[in-house]
Design a protein around this ligand. Structure first.
Ligand code: G3H
Ligand code: 13P
Ligand code: ZN
Length: 307
């Protein structure tokens, strides 16, 4: 069933697990996420970014998700991820299919982020749509050489309290050293757990970890064996994701790991079946591997068996 973002996150917060939010761009990814959620008896959030909307269209995506979530035997949220254009976020709210929207004003000056987030919250709440906001720059820990630099870019705990109070957002995406994409760390996974602990102590709404893909070594190895050039890709260690969840993160965003799984599934199938041109078989193989990765994530986040 289609589920409320606030309910999903509140339950996760109370029982110390996290809900995975998985980016989808097409039918196969949606099927992989919902299928995995049902197989694991796990709640899940399906996210579409501005890029997904310009690729596939808001109408098609929202019809597919509303149908798949509505028929699902486990709770599925539908989320607009990284809405940077306030007009698009307002349009998504008005459209009504999303159960939550993210307004990402993290690159704006603080006061502007507050004002626009507040405006989005005022439009969303009467429609019972939750708002995720972002404070701090989601960037790799190695992007900042000094502690002072990190302090200037990562989420400031005291400012986070002020931001939540001023905007009345429902969840907060924080910057503690993760980054988007497949190249998160040059050496090894590192996160600013002290900062997370402090934010979690002070901020009373659910916290969200973006850029949380792990780039699983087994799937990366398959990708590379079949020709993909991602040798230096490195993600957040599973132990660190688990630790972040135990320190109060209750929504974890994953996109890159699905992209890698899709790529691996496609390459294996095409190499092993050069005679097949049936796109359902080709994409079906990619879908199966994405589904396996989503199931692993649900077990990692502790959401498996919660629905
Ligand atoms: O956080 C960003 C997600 O990975 C979505 O990426 O904007 O390329 O769809 P995208
Ligand atoms: P990854 O690139 O680590 O998968 O992060 C995805 C994300 O944060 C989507 O909002
Ligand atoms: Zn993100």
């Amino acid at each position: 069933m289609l589920a409320s973002y606030t309910d999903l996150l509140r339950k996760a917060d109370k029982s110390h697990y996290a809900v995975g939010a998985f980016n989808i761009n097409n039918l196969e990814t949606l099927q992989a996420v919902v299928g995995a959620a049902e197989a694991e008896r796990s709640p899940a959030i399906v996210s579409t970014s501005e890029g997904a909307i310009s690729y596939a269209g808001l109408e098609i995506l929202s019809c597919m998700v509303a149908h798949a979530a509505g028929r699902s035997s486990v709770p599925i949220g539908f989320h607009l991820d990284h809405g940077k254009d306030p007009d698009l976020v307002l349009h998504a709210i008005k459209h009504g299919a999303y159960t939550s929207v993210m307004f990402d004003g993290s690159s704006l000056p603080y006061e502007e982020n507050v004002a626009l987030t507040r405006k989005i919250v005022k439009a969303a709440h009467p429609k019972k749509i939750a708002v995720e906001a972002e404070l701090g720059a989601i960037a790799g820990i190695e992007d900042f050489v000094s502690v002072a630099e990190r302090d200037a870019h990562f989420t400031n705990p005291a400012q986070a309290v002020e931001f939540v109070k001023a905007t009345r957002c429902d969840a907060l995406a924080i910057a503690i050293g993760t980054s988007h994409g497949a190249y998160k760390f040059k050496t090894s996974s590192q996160l600013d757990f002290k900062r997370l602990e402090e934010i979690n102590r002070l901020v009373k709404i659910p916290l969200v970890l973006h850029g949380a893909s792990g780039v699983p070594s087994s799937i990366k190895a398959v990708c590379i064996r079949y020709g993909c050039k991602i040798d230096d890709a490195r993600g957040v260690a599973d132990t660190h994701v688990r630790k972040a969840v135990s320190h109060g993160i209750c929504k974890v965003n994953i996109d890159t790991d699905l992209r890698i799984a899709f790529d691996a599934g496609l390459r294996i199938y095409l190499t092993q079946h050069p005679d097949v041109i049936d796109l359902r078989k080709i994409l079906g193989s990619a879908k199966d591997l994405m589904g396996k990765v989503v199931r692993q994530k649900m077990r990692l986040l502790g959401s498996a068996g919660r629905s």
